[in-house]
Design a protein around this ligand. Structure first.
Ligand code: FES
Length: 509
């Protein structure tokens, strides 16, 4: 029987026996070691790199089958930005006491990260928070890859992964707070419709093919599953979804962002691999979802990466030169979403990307920016600095252009349905991690949203977890979430002539 040894930073961290025919990626995942695998192991993204000896060449973990004794050397620790203790407002209740109180858990299951807040059901105070990279990540960076995996292999593996992760996070938070998981009586979960299906042990496969039907739109209590280790008789609440691609994370997020208290017109947007967009108008809501693709998350971009150590997160043009920063101040390894957005805005402003989205050659561009343009394998690229390995190529610009066009066209379609112009919008709410970290001026410069939104833009961070916390502690909040769904109209963009027309129009820079 072959043996596998796994090393990180030179230290042996695991020793195990692989199943016959396992790839390195599958074996690591089965061993509870999660490697970034944005394309879900289809061999397309080239991001699941490991070495099989300390100084050996990098190989793609998803394409490498273990055939004998194998040593696996992992890249550095993956540190994701986790939305932790971000309870907003000034009336934060006191922390929960460790013993004897009924406890609850508010959970935000994102496609990328999962966060659990252990909370006192009596005071609403947060006792502890635990979070991590979504354990399903080896099955793809985006929900489409995970749906495809479930369609071919069933959803059992992904359900087991998320349930195992939730159990682990709850145990971690309980250990931090000195609490017993069996004191947990209620759990409120907010996630996109696919993540909620998987946590609820329902197949998301139907959402991957027309007519894109979910098995449930949630919004009710279900009995807790035994392996979570909570109190017997505890219940799990899933925030109500509106459609396959506008989920409980959006209803919960809108509640936490206070949309119920605004008259509107207000536009709320959460940009990830999908762009979910909602509008509040009087007491009605309209919403839609656009397939922006994973470009804004750095996936399927030549030098894209997650927002971890070494990712270029900010790029500006200053004193006639490119200046950039990286997460953690580490040497630049690639671009994360906010860096990509800044770089593209810079190229547009400096005239190195024309209005059709073409990245010019050094000869075609004028001014100091031409110093940063090169030809690589016969294609135009923009390199951050002469001695820097990080660059953006013409194809990256195209992918970002498609993504921004999808979002911008979604916004225009909602405006058209509501019958209001861009300048009629009173407030523009940017939710989600990417919305918080991106530079608003860069986003407006590439045309992700109209420039007239800038003065009324508000960033609210990861509101899904906040919405889950409200739902956890308040029957009124749960009733409000159900009522929001009843008052929300859904626009299917794939069959909308307005969207199709706008998608072409918004391609221009
Ligand atoms: S190439 Fe291996 S996960 Fe994408």
């Amino acid at each position: 029987m072959p043996q596998v040894k796994v090393y990180r930073s030179g230290m042996l961290i695991a020793r195990s026996d692989p199943a016959p025919g396992d790839t390195v990626l599958k074996h690591l995942s089965d061993s509870g070691i999660f490697l970034d695998a944005p394309c879900g192991g289809r061999g397309r993204c080239g991001k699941c790199l490991v070495r099989l000896s300390p100084d050996g060449v990098e190989v793609r973990a998803c394409q490498t089958v273990i055939t004998g004794d194998t040593d696996i050397y992992l890249p550095g620790e993956m540190e994701m930005e986790i939305a932790g203790d971000t309870k907003s407002g000034t009336d934060t209740p006191p922390p929960a006491a460790a013993g004897g109180e009924p406890l609850g858990v508010a959970v935000d299951i994102g496609t990328t990260t999962v966060v659990a807040h252990l909370t006192s059901l009596r005071t609403g105070g947060r006792a502890a928070t635990a979070g991590g990279v979504n354990a399903q990540r080896p099955y793809g960076a985006d929900v489409i890859s995970r749906i495809q995996y479930c369609a071919s292999n069933g959803h059992g593996q992904l359900t087991a992964l998320i349930r195992g992760q939730l159990r682990g996070l709850i145990a971690e938070a309980c250990a931090d707070a000195g609490a017993d998981p069996r004191a947990i009586e209620y759990i409120a979960i907010a996630g996109n419709t696919i993540m909620e299906h998987l946590a609820a042990d329902l197949s998301p496969a139907g959402m991957g093919v027309a007519p894109f039907r979910p098995l449930s739109l949630f919004g009710d209590d279900t009995p807790v599953w035994e392996e979570l280790g909570a109190a017997p008789g505890a219940a799990v609440y899933f925030a109500p979804a509106i459609s396959s691609y506008v989920g409980g994370d959006i209803t919960a997020g809108m509640l936490a962002a206070g949309l119920e208290d605004t008259e509107g017109p207000c536009v709320y947007i959460d940009i990830g691999t999908n762009g979910e967009i909602a509008m509040k108008l009087g007491d009605r809501y309209l919403c839609c979802a656009t397939a922006a693709g994973p470009a804004f998350e750095g996936a399927e971009i030549a030098m894209g990466m997650a927002a971890v150590q070494g990712a270029v997160n900010h790029v500006v043009w200053e004193d006639g030169a490119v200046k950039f920063t990286t997460i953690g101040g580490a040497p630049a390894e690639g671009f994360c979403g906010s860096g990509l957005l800044d770089a593209l805005a810079l190229l547009i402003r400096q005239g190195a990307v024309d209005e059709t989205g073409r990245l010019l050659s050094r000869e075609e561009a004028s001014g100091a920016i031409s110093e940063y343009l090169e030809s690589k394998d016969g294609k135009n690229i923009f390199r951050l600095a002469r001695d820097c390995k990080v660059y953006m190529d013409y194809a990256d610009v195209r992918k970002l252009q498609l993504a921004k066009s999808a979002i911008a066209a979604g916004i225009q379609t909602l405006l058209a349905h509501a019958g209001i112009g861009e300048d009629g919008v009173r407030s523009f709410v940017l939710a989600g991690g990417f919305g918080s970290f991106m530079d608003k001026d860069s986003a407006a410069a590439i045309g992700l949203f109209p420039k007239v939104f800038l003065p009324v833009t508000r960033t609210v961070g990861n509101t899904a977890g906040e919405g889950a916390a409200l739902a956890l502690c308040s029957a009124g909040a749960r009733a409000a979430l159900s009522a929001m769904r009843e008052r929300c109209g859904y626009i299917e963009l794939s069959t909308s002539p307005v969207f199709n027309e706008q998608f072409v129009e918004q391609m221009m820079f």
